[in-house]
Write a protein that binds this ligand. Structure first.
Ligand SMILES: Nc1nc2c(c(=O)[nH]1)N[C@H]1C(S)=C(S)[C@@H](COP(=O)(O)OP(=O)(O)OC[C@H]3O[C@@H](n4cnc5c(=O)[nH]c(N)nc54)[C@H](O)[C@@H]3O)O[C@H]1N2
Ligand SMILES: Nc1nc2c(c(=O)[nH]1)N[C@H]1C(S)=C(S)[C@@H](COP(=O)(O)OP(=O)(O)OC[C@H]3O[C@@H](n4cnc5c(=O)[nH]c(N)nc54)[C@H](O)[C@@H]3O)O[C@H]1N2
Ligand code: SF4
Ligand SMILES: [Mo]
Length: 677
């Protein structure tokens, strides 16, 4: 009998990174279960985590590298020849068009592959190219932007709730029961939500009665895209009763803020949001009575046209009530590996850096161009070659038709993935990468999303299949061939995953060797609360009224009347992952188009009907689901699907926020009809 071993790792599907135990026998992973001893997830897993082993052996997994020949046929190629081919094209592109003509896009898969991501970014920066993109700019660019303006540092975008001590919590446009959190991780979300609702009050603000709203103390369903109005009214009332002299010791811009909020009365908020004035007053009373409040937002906010001001007002209310970086309010995770409490760069002012040439109004931030610019950068001839690390651009980027067309115009499109997807099918070169169970990993950057200052090393569970290579190797080899050298002279053949991961532990209080020797989560007693107020704020004070946000609040247009698109996540999929692979139940794989019964009846539609959804960009068709819990106007469609691709409706231009480059995926005007227009 071959020996059976149990490997303690963490799930690589979402940043909750639940602890997993994987049984291995004869070199084969057999089964997966939640790790009951994991201090954060305590044995919890969701449906996605539980597919880890099945997904690993999915027939759609990539087992060899392929190249598309000029006649369209696909050629299987060993890595050495792929490298030669890719390197010569990169060399030629850079020589003819300059370094910015070669770009990198990091997706969700790439962001959970710490070694691959580190080397990809290091290589691109080393070539002098500025053409770096990631899904962060189709997710929540307003969060780092507001963090930089208000607290001086974009790295402070992940704001966590002090779950054990919060007595009043508000979730705005986030559905953690399904998503397990947006920029904060909620392993075992129902347990945490129950704690919040039992210890005090949990309010959920969402135009749909979501799985999270059901377990909350209170649910408010405002009109889509109006959150900034009720938040501004609450902030105005709270300022009116606050000790402004005390506030001025903690924050700058108090008088400017009072002036900016003057037009936002409770009555105006009630009218615009459709909420009862009484409901808003109850929420105001709850905040006043409790004193502190923790507020967290999700994609319902970050994908809306008013994202920046809404996020800002969420900070404002927490600062005015002295809830930010305080017990019972919100806190900032410095990250076990990052240790931002000791290593935060000097405060900045939100200016950003020059953006992509084809979209000069947009700015580069955090070393990245906004993803909405990708199509125009290709069409204008600025971007000729693109490396895609663990992303599915066809389903994640706005305006699918233009995205597909633009990707087809690239001279070189190298997709580094673990399964075939809609984007690998368009690639000139597909690199079969080592899968999560075949590599060593650390939660880098995602450690700031955790509900504790914690880390965990995940070692390889099974040997890497012969046709695959570690994603970091692609960039190490490109560096060795074209420059710059990324491994400090070490032969890529001799370097290990750990060699590539080691620099990520430079600030860690536990060395990589110790993490490797002691699998499972490590919790630090680094300060969770107080470090931002004490060490990070510019001049020791929050900036309450950044001029660009005051100006933006003045100019936000009223949300459209009629039907609007809103985002939604599906429990068994992660974006497009586990959809096409055959791992998910195929009947669930097509997202329903969810509407309120009255909106459907007005259009003569009933449940199960085929409907056609149109926007100013495009059209999609799918099956209607009626949900009495969806507010009037809501057309809720999940993304990540090739067949019913919601991004056929979204735009790289219309409504795009010039401050951050975020597309509108919540609050986009749409119409629903019964026949193809
Ligand atoms: N199962 C599963 N989990 C996931 C993912 C997945 O695809 N599947 N994706 C992962 C990723 S990449 C991310 S970024 C996170 C996102 O995590 P969340 O931000 O929690 O995302 P959603 O669950 O889509 O919740 C967004 C909610 O906002 C509501 N909403 C829409 N418009 C508005 C509005 O104008 N105002 C208000 N107040 N609410 C509004 C929607 O109805 C929806 O319930 O989830 C992650 N987790
Ligand atoms: N309309 C609309 N559009 C949206 C959203 C929305 O709510 N509405 N949500 C947006 C958000 S929040 C996000 S984050 C993006 C998601 O955008 P993407 O990150 O592009 O989406 P995924 O489908 O998660 O694609 C991840 C890819 O990584 C691959 N992968 C997984 N593991 C590994 C690995 O270990 N190594 C490598 N090399 N690859 C791996 C997967 O096979 C998959 O192809 O979509 C955005 N687009
Ligand atoms: S919530 Fe699910 S997908 Fe996210 S880490 Fe846990 S098991 Fe994995
Ligand atoms: Mo995301």
């Amino acid at each position: 009998m071959p020996e059976r071993t149990v490997h303690q790792v963490y799930c690589r599907f979402c940043p909750a990174h639940c602890g997993l135990l994987i049984d291995v026998e004869g070199g084969e992973a057999l089964s997966v279960r939640g790790d009951p001893d994991h201090p954060l997830s305590e044995g919890y897993t969701c449906a996605k985590g539980r597919t880890t082993v099945k997904a690993h052996y999915d027939p759609a997994r990539l087992n060899h590298h392929t190249r598309r020949l000029p006649d369209g046929t696909i050629d299987e190629v060993p890595w050495g020849r792929m490298l030669e081919d890719i390197a010569s094209r990169v060399r030629e592109t850079t020589r003819t068009h300059g370094p910015d003509a070669v770009g990198l896009f990091i997706g969700t898969g790439g962001s959970h592959d710490a070694a691959g991501r580190r080397m990809a970014v290091k290589w691109l920066r080393g070539t002098g190219s500025r053409s770096q993109y990631s899904v962060a700019t189709v997710d929540a660019p307003s969060k780092p932007f507001v963090a930089e303006l208000v607290a001086g540092n974009p790295g402070l975008f992940s704001v966590a709730i002090d779950v054990e001590r919060s007595r009043l919590t508000i979730l705005v446009g986030s559905n953690p029961v399904v998503s397990h959190g947006h920029t904060s991780a909620w392993p075992n979300p129902r347990k945490q939500l129950r704690t919040l609702a039992t210890n005090g009050q949990l309010w959920v603000v969402d135009p749909r009665r979501t799985e999270t709203a059901v377990v909350a103390s209170r649910h408010l369903a405002p009109r889509v895209g109006t959150d900034h109005l009720w938040l501004a009214a609450l902030a105005r009332e709270l300022l009116a009763s606050a000790d402004l002299d005390e506030l001025k010791l903690r924050a700058t811009g108090v008088d400017e803020l009072v002036g900016a909020l003057d037009p936002f009365s409770m009555e105006r908020a009630a009218k615009a949001t459709g909420l009862a004035l009484g409901e808003l007053q109850e929420l105001l009373t709850a905040i006043r009575t409790n004193g502190r409040v923790a507020i967290q937002s999700g994609t319902g906010v970050s994908m809306s046209a008013a994202a920046t001001v809404t996020e800002w007002l969420i900070w404002v209310i927490q600062i005015v009530t002295d809830s930010m970086d305080r017990e019972g309010g919100s806190w900032f995770n410095p990250g076990f590996l990052r240790r931002s409490d000791a290593n935060l760069p000097a405060p900045r002012d939100g200016q950003g850096d020059p953006g992509p040439a084809s979209r000069p109004a947009l700015r580069a931030r955090l070393g990245e161009f906004p993803a909405v610019a990708l199509v125009d950068e290709i069409r204008s001839g600025n971007l000729k070659a693109l490396f895609v690390l663990g992303a599915n651009l066809v389903t994640s980027l706005p305006d699918t038709a233009s995205t597909i067309e633009a990707l087809g115009e690239l001279d070189l499109l190298v997709a580094l993935d673990v399964v075939e997807n809609a984007t690998t099918r368009l690639a000139t070169h597909v690199v079969a990468c080592g899968a999560p169970l075949e590599r060593a990993d650390l939660p880098f950057v995602t450690d700031t999303f955790f509900c504790a200052v914690a880390t965990q090393y995940a070692g390889p569970v099974v040997a890497r299949a012969p046709g695959r290579i570690p994603s970091w190797r692609v960039f190490a080899d490109l560096g060795a061939t074209l420059g710059p050298d990324l491994l400090g002279g070490v032969d890529p053949d001799l370097a290990t995953d750990e060699d590539v991961l080691r620099p990520l532990t430079a600030h860690s209080e536990v060395s990589l060797d110790e993490l490797v020797q002691h699998p499972g989560a490590h919790i630090s007693d680094a300060p969770r609360i107080g470090w931002v107020r004490k060490t990070a704020l510019p001049g020791g004070r929050w900036r309450l009224a950044p001029a660009v946000l005051v100006e933006r609040l003045r100019s936000v247009e009223d949300p459209p009347n009629g039907l609007v698109l809103v985002p939604r996540r599906q429990l068994r999929q992660l974006n497009s992952q586990l959809v096409e692979s055959g791992t998910a139940d195929r009947r669930r794989a097509v997202p329903a188009i969810i509407m309120n019964p009255v909106d459907a009846a007005v259009r003569g539609r009933t449940a199960g009907d085929r409907v056609y959804v149109t926007s100013s960009t495009g059209m999609l068709s799918g099956l209607l689901e009626i949900d009495p819990g969806a507010a009037r106007g809501v057309v809720s469609i999940a993304h990540g699907h090739g067949s019913v691709n919601v991004n056929r409706l979204t735009s790289t231009v219309t409504g795009v926020d010039e401050l951050t480059g975020m597309m509108v995926a919540s609050g986009l005007p749409v119409e629903v009809g019964s026949a193809e227009p």
